[in-house]
Design a protein around this ligand. Structure first.
Ligand code: AMP
Length: 271
C-alpha cells in the first residue's frame, strides 16, 4: 500500500483518502465522491478496527461485506483499496497509542472508554501508511471529526481534514452500517433520534438557546418512544466538545441511543 501510494503521488497527483470499516452505504460513498472531486487519486481503507471496540461491543458481529464493498468502490472509480488484517495493523508487542486527552472522554467516549484512543491510533497509522494530502470524514461521527482534527493539529500532521455532511435515508434516519442490525419495527422506532434533533433545531430557531431547555425538549421526544433508550443528548462546542450552557450558532447537538441491542448515534449543528 505504501509503495502504491508513493507511486500514485510521484507524478504530482494529489492523494485523497477515505478510511472506513466497510459495509458501505451512501454515507461512505458521499465521502468517496467528495474525494474524487477534490483529488487526482483516491484511496479507501476497509478495516474493522478492534482497538476502537470495547470488550462487550459488536466487533465479532460487525457486518463484513468485502466483495460487495469492493464492487461499489470500483464502480465509483476508487484507485486504491487497503484491507489490512488485524495482525498486520497490530503485530504482537504493539504498545503505542494516540490519546487525545480531554476529548477522548467526551460524548461516546464516556460510555465507550478507549474508543477514541482506538480511533485516533488507527487513523494515525493509516495516515502514516497512506500519506494522503486530504482525508475525508463524515459529520455523522462528529466527535470523531473533532478528535481527528485536534490530533492533526497537535501532532503537526500535514494532511488536510475534510468533513462531509450527514447522509440520511429519505425519512431522516442517518445512514449507518449498524442500521443493518435493526428489525423493521426497530428501524421505525429509530426515527426518534432524527426527530428529536429536528425538534431541538426548531426550538433553537424559535429563540430557545439555553442548552438545558433544548436537551429537555429532546428528552420529551424520546419519552414518546419508550422502546428506545436515550444514552445521552448533549449540546457542545463542535471543535472542543466542551459542554455549552448557551447554544450558539454552530453548536453541536449529539445523541446516542439504544434501539433494542443496537447503539445508534446522530447529531446536528444548530443554525
Ligand atoms: P465507518 O465505516 O462507520 O467507520 O465510517 C467511515 C466514514 O464514513 C466515517 O468518516 C463516517 O463518519 C462516515 N459516515 C458514516 N455514515 C455516514 C453518513 N450517514 N453520512 C456521512 N458520512 C458517514
Amino acid at each position: 500500500m505504501r509503495k502504491a501510494c508513493v507511486a500514485a503521488k510521484s507524478a504530482g497527483n494529489t492523494l485523497g483518502f477515505v478510511p472506513t470499516m466497510g459495509a458501505l452505504h451512501e454515507g461512505h460513498i458521499s465521502l468517496v465522491r467528495a474525494a474524487k472531486k477534490q483529488c487526482d487519486v483516491v484511496a479507501v481503507s476497509i478495516f474493522v478496527n478492534p482497538a476502537q471496540f470495547g470488550p462487550n461491543e459488536d466487533l465479532a458481529k460487525y457486518p463484513r461485506r468485502l466483495e460487495e464493498d469492493s464492487k461499489m468502490l470500483l464502480a465509483e472509480g476508487v484507485d486504491l483499496l487497503f484491507t489490512p488484517s488485524s495482525e498486520e495493523m497490530y503485530p504482537a508487542g504493539a504498545t503505542t497509542f494516540v490519546d487525545v486527552d480531554g476529548m477522548s472522554e467526551r460524548l461516546c467516549g464516556k460510555s465507550r472508554p478507549g474508543h477514541f484512543r482506538g480511533v485516533a491510533t488507527v487513523v494515525n497509522k493509516l495516515f502514516n501508511i497512506i500519506q494522503p494530502d486530504v482525508a475525508f470524514f463524515g459529520q455523522k461521527d462528529a466527535a470523531q471529526c473533532a478528535v481527528i482534527k485536534r490530533m492533526v493539529r497537535d501532532l503537526d500532521m500535514t494532511v488536510k481534514i475534510k468533513v462531509c455532511p450527514v447522509v440520511r435515508e429519505p425519512d431522516g434516519l442517518a445512514m449507518s452500517s449498524r442500521n443493518a442490525y435493526l428489525s423493521p419495527l426497530e428501524r421505525n422506532n429509530a426515527l426518534v433520534l432524527s426527530r428529536a434533533l429536528q425538534e431541538i433545531q426548531r426550538h433553537y430557531q424559535n429563540g430557545e438557546h439555553e442548552s438545558a431547555k433544548l436537551i429537555n425538549e429532546a428528552r420529551k421526544t424520546f419519552a414518546t418512544q419508550p422502546a428506545v433508550q436515550l444514552e445521552y443528548v448533549e449540546v457542545v462546542d463542535a471543535e472542543s466538545l466542551d459542554p455549552l450552557q448557551t447554544a450558539d450558532p454552530g453548536a453541536l447537538v449529539a445523541i446516542a441511543a439504544r434501539v433494542g441491542g443496537t447503539r445508534l448515534i446522530d447529531n446536528i449543528l444548530l443554525n
